[in-house]
Structures are given as C-alpha cells and as structure tokens.
Design a protein around this ligand. Structure first.
Ligand SMILES: CC(C)(COP(=O)(O)OP(=O)(O)OC[C@H]1O[C@@H](n2cnc3c(N)ncnc32)[C@H](O)[C@@H]1OP(=O)(O)O)[C@@H](O)C(=O)NCCC(=O)NCCS
Length: 182
C-alpha cells in the first residue's frame, strides 16, 4: 500500500499482554497446531494466558528464558522467545517464534528474530543461539537462514507434535565477533 510503512517491534512479555496473547492464540489455533504442543481449552482465555505469562515471568526472573510479544504497527502479531538458557561453559539459548497467519510473508518473523538476536548477544551476552525447525517447514528455515543460522544436522524423531514424532533440522548462530576498540 502506497505510503504505508511496516514497523515491527518486540515488547518483553508482562501480565498486561494476557488479553492480546489470548486473542492471537485463539485466532491462530488451527494455523499453529502443527508446531505447538497440545493446549487445554483454558490456554486460549485471558485467565489461561495470565497463568502462562506468570510461569514465563518466573523463568525470566531465574534467567532461564527471555520472551517478547511481536507487534506489527502497534497490533499484536506473534511471540518470540529464547528459552533453555544455559550458562557455565555453554552460554547458549534456544529460539522459538510464531507470527499470526494473516501477517505472514511480510518479513515480520525475520525482523523479530533479528531484534531478539540483538537481545541474545548484547543484553544476555550469549555465545550461541540454537533453533530446531521441522524438516517440512521450509518457511521457518528460511527465516533462520536469513538471520545467518547454519545447519548443524538433522535430528530424527526429535519432537512430538500434532500426534507424531517429527524430524527436525538443528540450526545455530554464533555471536558476532567483537570488533577491537579504538
Ligand atoms: C514460519 C513463520 C514464523 C514465518 O513468519 P513470516 O513472518 O511469514 O516470515 P518472513 O516473512 O519473515 O519470512 C518468510 C520467508 O520464507 C519464504 N518462504 C515462504 N514460503 C516458503 C516455502 N514454502 N519455502 C521456502 N521459503 C518460503 C518467504 O519468501 C520469506 O523469505 P524472503 O524474505 O527471502 O522472501 C510463520 O509462518 C509461523 O509462525 N508459522 C507457524 C509456526 C512456526 O512455524 N514457527 C517456527 C517454528 S521453528
């Protein structure tokens, strides 16, 4: 549309987002079914999302994850998270994301991933971010490749989704090298 500019932002999750999150989960329930664990009916309500977000905030407080809602020009459009954060000798995390079906193919996921990688490497000081993507999800693999993730290999029967064990590509991205100061 002439004169229309898309603006993608990520907003760290809080209880105030429960209604927005419940709404976009409800609207995308069928779309997300192949990629999400089975959810109880209550998950799609504001109260269910309040419980979900409280659990996420607890994990964020303990440094185990970092989660944000994706907004497209002020409207909720998805969710992105770095979970399984491991410190010690690994300093890594695992990224996951989804974007509402109606906002698809406009670069939203690619931009949100770029923004969350800034958080991962600059704010959380991670050394490496992993992702796994179903082998029949080339669209998501493309989002990762555009953000300079590389293929580690294929994991057979890696994840139980939509009633079956599924193969996944394991992918990774290392933190950019730190340029020497002046
Ligand atoms: C996968 C998903 C995150 C993509 O979101 P999106 O906002 O549409 O992604 P983007 O627009 O940033 O990028 C999609 C890219 O895939 C490409 N693409 C679309 N369909 C494709 C296909 N069948 N094969 C290969 N590439 C494809 C697009 O052309 C685009 O690449 P380009 O920018 O080089 O043209 C979204 O569809 C989604 O949430 N799906 C359901 C949940 C999911 O798969 N989550 C990820 C689990 S690992």
């Amino acid at each position: 549309m002439a004169g229309w500019r898309m603006h993608v932002e990520i907003r760290p999750i809080g209880l105030e987002f429960a209604e927005d999150l419940a709404k976009i989960y409800r609207e995308n329930r069928d779309f997300l079914r192949p990629y999400e664990p089975d959810r109880p009916e209550s998950f799609f309500t504001t109260n269910g999302q309040l419980r979900h977000i409280r659990r996420i905030l607890g994990e964020m407080d303990r440094g185990l994850r970092w989660t944000a809602l994706i907004y497209l020009t002020g409207q909720p459009a998805g969710l992105i998270t770095i979970n399984n954060i491991l410190r010690g000798v690994l300093q890594c995390g695992r990224v996951g994301y989804w974007v509402a079906e109606k906002e698809g193919s406009r670069g939203v996921a690619s931009t949100a991933l770029r923004l969350v990688l800034d958080v991962a490497f600059c704010e959380l000081a991670l050394h490496r971010v992993e992702a796994s993507v179903r082998t029949d999800n080339p669209r998501s693999r493309r989002v990762l490749e555009k953000n300079r993730f590389h293929l580690i290999g294929t994991a057979r029967d890696h994840v139980f989704l939509d009633g079956q064990w599924r193969d996944e590509f394991l992918m990774e991205r290392h933190s950019p090298p730190i340029s020497p100061g002046i």
